[in-house]
Design a protein around this ligand. Structure first.
Ligand code: PRP
Ligand code: URA
Length: 207
């Protein structure tokens, strides 16, 4: 597994806004959208481009486009807050959806929906979820993807705990992970410390 920490002053500022308990739902969503831009920018740095001939108003020249835009897969609910921004930056991408809710007693993910292409053979997949805590949810999601043939998965998250990173590493899944921070660890409720609380509730309110 390849881990990249997107440590940039603008990313730190947005993340701090998200961590601050005084930040309301709307400001939290705005900061997550802005942070997502930075994560997508870094994670797409090495995507293959195809050349094409274009004409400027002056001359003919070489233009570029993404050879194979990745499939975007936000993990509901919290990943929804990253979906629109990622899609805006990758407008040719298709989008699938995985719905998971972590059982807050067992900390195990419970799946409630998956809407994905039948085959992911030869498709690069970008998974969007702001939080990597125990890693249970992302391992579950990525196994759904590899079961459909995916061999190249990039995970974008705002925050990660060392425990979750280790779990992904041990999973043997074909992953790259981009995060804006690796925090100290998990508390007794499997929340990230210092973290930002429940990323779904911080965006959409508690259910
Ligand atoms: C959050 C988060 C991840 C998961 C991380 O979702 O968005 O999907 O917890 O925890 P883990 O690494 O320990 O599995 P949650 O289950 O709270 O659902 P929500 O997005 O609907 O709030
Ligand atoms: N899910 C969250 O939303 N936050 C955490 O800290 C852990 C899991």
């Amino acid at each position: 597994m390849q881990l990249t920490v997107v440590d940039h002053p603008l990313a730190r500022a947005r993340l701090s806004r998200m961590r601050d308990e005084r930040t309301d739902n709307a400001a939290f969503r705005a900061a997550l959208r802005e942070l997502t831009q930075m994560l997508v920018y870094e994670a797409t740095r090495e995507l293959t481009v195809a050349e094409e001939t274009i004409r400027t108003p002056v001359v003919e020249t070489t233009g570029f486009r993404l050879a194979a835009p990745p499939l975007l897969v936000p993990v509901l609910r919290a990943g929804l807050g990253m979906a629109d921004t990622a899609h805006g930056m990758l407008p040719e991408s298709q989008m699938g959806f995985v719905g998971l809710a972590r059982n807050e007693e067992t900390f195990q993910p419970e799946a409630y929906m998956a809407s994905l292409p039948e085959s992911l053979v030869d498709r690069h997949v970008f998974v969007l979820d702001p939080m990597l805590a125990t890693g249970g949810s992302l391992v579950h999601c990525c196994r759904l993807l590899t079961a459909r043939g995916a061999t190249q998965i990039t995970v974008l998250c705002a925050l990660a705990a060392p425990e979750g990173i280790q779990r992904l590493e041990e999973s043997g899944l074909p992953l790259r992970v981009f995060t804006a921070s690796v925090d100290e660890g998990l508390n007794e409720n499997a929340y990230i410390v210092p973290g930002l609380g429940d990323a779904g509730d911080r965006q959409f309110g508690s259910v």
